[in-house]
Design a protein around this ligand. Structure first.
Ligand code: PLP
Length: 307
């Protein structure tokens, strides 16, 4: 079976499994797991933040960021395509009492300058805007990337209005590769960043939330509140360290995505917007048959895709 459904279906490498087997561990709720501590220091350095926190999933990392940056009853602006808006089970409202305020094209030149129109005026009957959530690369837009200059525009505007900026960087390493820059060239325009060690980086579990020391100290408390305080998780952090030590295979993923997209773009009944294939995703419009039929036919040929 060739599994193209998602980059979440990756499996840990032999090196990861060996590192997991021999990892030194301790109780991470006491911050005494040396492997977790090593991973957190390493991750903070990569994204050029003061501190980092190992969390079970990307969703928890994003939700901790929202909970930690915001008090109840405020708003966080995000793109209409954002993962936090579509795929996190309305958690911002449910867990943090935060209303998401989606806007179109927050990630590109078409809409970025409209951001200030979505920041609430300080009127007695309006919610306060507290946070902007960016996503780079933007999953639902086909893994397209937000340029460093665009991130800088958002960051400057956010600062002007006293807002914080959180980056859902689940695939920030893919974005940096596509932009030929360092991850820290993107994260410098944020107050906090979440990135996934699973997905393209290949670790079996875990994400990182990074930010200032003070922010991470509070996020650590909130992680415990949500039941995410974990004990001897050095065995998981060990795989994360291996994942961060060598990210060179991501380039191969991007090349394969290009190859697949170009091949599919010339087939009848399929439409691929090649300029949107920028990282490790290929989105294809099926024009001649129902999507379910297409995915079923592929499945019968040993190819799994997400419809
Ligand atoms: C952009 C983005 N953010 C966050 C997440 C959440 O990650 P997790 O599945 O680890 O909760 C995903 C997962 O696919 C994602 O694509």
């Amino acid at each position: 079976m060739i599994d193209f459904r998602s980059d979440t279906v990756t499996k840990p490498t032999q090196a990861m499994r060996e590192a997991m087997m021999t990892a030194e561990v301790g109780d991470d709720v006491y911050s005494e797991d040396p492997t977790v501590n090593r991973l957190e220091i390493m991750a903070a350095k990569i994204v050029d933040k003061e501190a980092a926190l190992f969390v079970p999933s990307g969703s928890m990392g994003n939700q901790l960021a929202i909970m930690t940056h915001c008090e109840r009853g405020v708003e966080a602006i995000c793109d209409t395509l954002a993962h936090v808006f579509h795929y996190e089970m309305a958690a911002a409202g449910l867990l943090s009492g935060v209303q998401l305020h989606p806007m179109d094209n927050l990630h590109n030149d078409v809409g970025i300058h409209n951001l200030s129109d979505h920041i609430r005026e300080p009127l007695g009957y309006l919610p306060k805007t507290r946070l902007v959530c960016l996503e780079n690369s933007l999953n639902r837009a086909g893994g397209t990337v937000m340029q460093t200059e665009q991130m800088a525009v958002v960051f400057r505007l956010a600062r002007e209005y006293g807002l914080k900026v959180h980056l859902d960087g689940a695939r920030i390493f893919n974005a940096a590769l596509a932009l030929q820059c360092d991850v820290s060239d993107l994260t410098c325009y944020t107050d906090s960043v979440m990135f996934c060690l699973s997905k393209g980086l290949g670790a079996p579990v875990g994400s990182i939330l990074a930010g200032s020391k003070e922010f991470i100290a509070q996020a650590r408390r909130n992680r415990k509140l949500l039941g995410g305080g974990m004990r001897q998780i050095g065995i998981l952090a060990a795989a994360g360290i291996v994942a961060l030590e060598d990210t060179s295979h991501l380039a191969e993923d991007h090349e394969k995505a290009q190859y697949l997209a170009k091949g599919m773009s010339v087939l009848p009944g399929l439409h691929v917007e090649l300029e949107k294939v920028q990282t490790n995703m290929v989105m294809v419009e099926i024009t001649k048959m129902p999507v379910q039929k297409f995915t079923q036919l592929l499945f019968e040929q040993g190819v799994a895709v997400s419809g």
